[in-house]
Design a binder for this molecule. Structure first.
Ligand code: C2E
Ligand code: CA
Ligand code: CA
Length: 589
């Protein structure tokens, strides 16, 4: 009853049952009113006699079913049956109807034109007096397809990833659980492939999320083409996908699919006029060997995926128990690394760089160490990559620069004529806005001239985004800092860019210097880098010099500087001063 109806109704009738209200009318008028209520009711109404033949239907019935009244009268309600429910369904309905006098529920019917639709149905039994025999059945019903569409949409949203339309984690776990149950009965294998795109973050960061989304969409599409109908491809979020392969014959089948995935990614992906190349790291866990439950299989596949990343990405690894230990160790490091800075657990070691013409120590490279409370001294190769991935490299890098400036100032204060200082800057730290300002503040805080500091950057830090790199390098150079390209020869440098960047020095990577005397190609590369540097007007530094004969070779070929165990390992600040004093008193012959 709407508010207006209530206002019109006489106050005395407010509490009166509806049936009483209808009875108050004279018989003829009452029949007329009830007939209208029947005929114009927005619910479809169908009345059957005790023989279950239709004796009355209203307009809504005709509108909904497509049957005119004269087509329905005299026939049985089964004329509306869809055939989608089994006999047990109808039996249960009739049982309830006779036991309690009414039945309500959802049911699928068929229209006159043959189309199916879901309806909500209320049926009541009419008896000849209380406890008497059934005289009629009255059925009310309405089309609920619109609700169904909404329901289906909600179901879809709850179980699917909106971007790609793939099943989400919820549905994936459900399907995996079912697959495992049936595999156990049939003693079949089930494989979980954990797929993580390599360097996807770079795409998002540099090209924007719209491009990232389109790339993910295309990846989802390609993954779907790699599997059979009964397999599941799901997206967990971000750039993580999972494929569940059911009823495998042997483990190699899973590897075969992983190879298919790698091949599917080989074709370049066009997004908004750009050509992108995606690669993926894939971890595989197979039931029953690698786990019984959905959770264990997922976790082990994830672990194997990490191993694939560690193996240089773009490959696939089967889970093996030893991997769990490594992942645990890595997670431990990741967690304690977050607090290492506030607990003051980092130290800088210093390694001399010597001018090969004058034999003078001209530079000290600052190299970070982590004094872990349980594990002792941890070398940078074990934690810098983690710091880079988690982002805490930015704070750690700031600390390194500040500490290097502090030590440089302290050496000078002791009247030592300290050599210049070189610090390593990681790719992420390099790209982080405000690097020049933060270096400036450290220089000012400790009263160090920019000209006393070299910044060492790897080729990849520069070449991944050359335009951005040129801008940042310009800022650093304008401050008066020296710029060094580290590990030269291991990355992928474009000589065209190299020429335009304001670089001062190239460092020949240790791997070439190591086998200089025995390996022809390493020797050729070393000579080529020396020549290239000199052509570009740059100084060239050889790192990893351990033997006098390597040094002799480098001197003979006009390499400008050398660094390595031949002179000194990296040592703490105090020891470095001792080394310097001794070296200056007794320079090598
Ligand atoms: P890098 O910049 O190429 O540093 C040179 C590495 O070679 C150092 O390893 C050094 O100890 C080692 N080395 C020097 N001479 C010899 C030699 O004659 N023989 C051999 N076998 N090795 C030699 P370290 O200190 O373990 O550092 C490894 C890498 O970690 C560095 O390579 C650098 O990429 C990174 N790293 C170190 N400190 C920092 C830092 O403060 N920030 C950043 N972002 N990275 C750092
Ligand atoms: Ca370096
Ligand atoms: Ca290096």
């Amino acid at each position: 009853m709407s508010k207006d109806d209530r206002r019109l109704a006489p106050p005395a009738n407010d509490e009166m049952p509806e049936r009483e209200c209808a009875r108050m009318l004279p018989d003829a008028e009452r029949l007329l009113v009830l007939d209208r209520a029947f005929e114009c009711n927005p619910m479809a109404i169908m009345v059957t006699g005790r023989d279950n033949r239709i004796i009355a239907v209203n307009r809504s019935f005709t509108r909904l079913t497509g049957y005119a009244a004269d087509e329905a009268l005299g026939r049985q309600p089964s004329m509306l049956k869809s055939g989608l429910h089994n006999p047990e369904f109808y039996k249960a309905m009739w049982d309830t109807l006779h036991a309690i006098g009414e039945w309500s529920g959802e049911i699928w019917d068929r229209r006159k034109d043959g189309s199916h639709y879901p309806k909500w149905l209320d049926i009541s039994v009419v008896r000849d007096g209380p406890g008497g025999p059934v005289s009629h059945y009255v059925a009310f019903f309405k089309d609920i397809s619109a609700n169904k569409v909404v329901e289906e949409r909600i179901r879809l949203l709850a179980y699917h990833d909106p971007l790609t339309g793939l099943p989400n984690r919820l549905l994936l776990m459900d399907r995996l659980t079912h697959a495992l149950a049936s595999a156990k009965r049939r003693q079949a294998l089930v494989a979980v492939l954990f797929i993580d795109l390599d360097h996807f973050k770079n795409v998002n960061d540099s090209l924007g999320h719209a491009v990232g989304d389109k790339l993910l969409w295309e990846i989802a599409h390609r993954l779907n083409t790699c599997v059979r109908e009964e397999d599941t491809v799901a997206r967990l979020g971000g750039d993580e996908f999972v494929v569940v392969l059911e009823s495998l014959q042997d483990r190699e089948d899973a590897e075969h699919i992983a190879n298919k995935v790698h091949r599917a990614f080989e074709r370049p992906i066009q997004v908004e006029g750009r050509v992108l190349h995606a690669t993926a790291s894939i971890g595989i866990a197979v039931h029953p060997q690698d786990g019984d439950s959905a959770e264990t299989l997922m976790q082990n596949a994830d672990t194997a995926m990490y191993q694939a990343k560690a193996f240089g990405r773009d490959n696939c690894q089967f889970f093996a128990p030893f991997m769990s230990d490594r992942v645990r160790e890595r997670l431990d490091l990741e967690n304690t690394l977050r607090h290492a800075l506030e607990r003051d657990e980092f130290e800088l070691y210093y390694q001399p760089i010597v001018d090969l013409r004058t034999d003078e120590v001209v530079c000290a490279e600052a190299l970070i160490r982590w004094r872990h409370p349980d594990q002792g001294l941890i070398p940078p190769d074990r934690f810098i990559p983690i710091a880079e991935e988690t982002g805490c490299i930015v704070q750690i890098g700031d600390w390194v620069i500040d500490q290097a400036c502090r030590i440089h100032a302290a050496w000078r204060a002791r009247g030592m004529r300290p050599p210049r200082m070189a610090v390593n800057v990681s790719p992420r730290q390099f790209r982080q806005p405000g690097l020049a300002d933060r270096i400036r503040r450290s220089l000012d805080r400790h009263g160090v001239e920019a000209a006393q500091i070299d910044i060492e950057l790897t080729e990849n830090a520069l070449m991944d985004h050359p335009d951005m790199a040129a801008r940042i390098l310009g800022d650093l150079k304008a401050m008066g800092l020296g710029i060094v390209v580290d590990d030269f020869g291991t990355g992928y440098s474009s000589l065209a860019y190299l020429k335009t960047f304001p670089i001062d020095k190239l460092k020949i990577d240790r791997s070439f210097v190591r086998d200089l005397l025995t390996d022809n190609s390493d020797r050729e590369i070393t000579l080529a880098v020396i020549a290239l540097s000199h052509n570009l007007g740059l100084k060239v530094v050889a790192e990893g010099v351990e033997h006098p004969r390597q040094l002799e070779f480098l001197k003979r070929h006009h390499c400008d500087r050398a660094q390595g165990y031949f002179y000194s390992q990296p040592v703490p600040a105090g020891e470095f001063l001792d080394f310097l004093r001794e070296y200056r008193e007794r320079p090598p012959a």
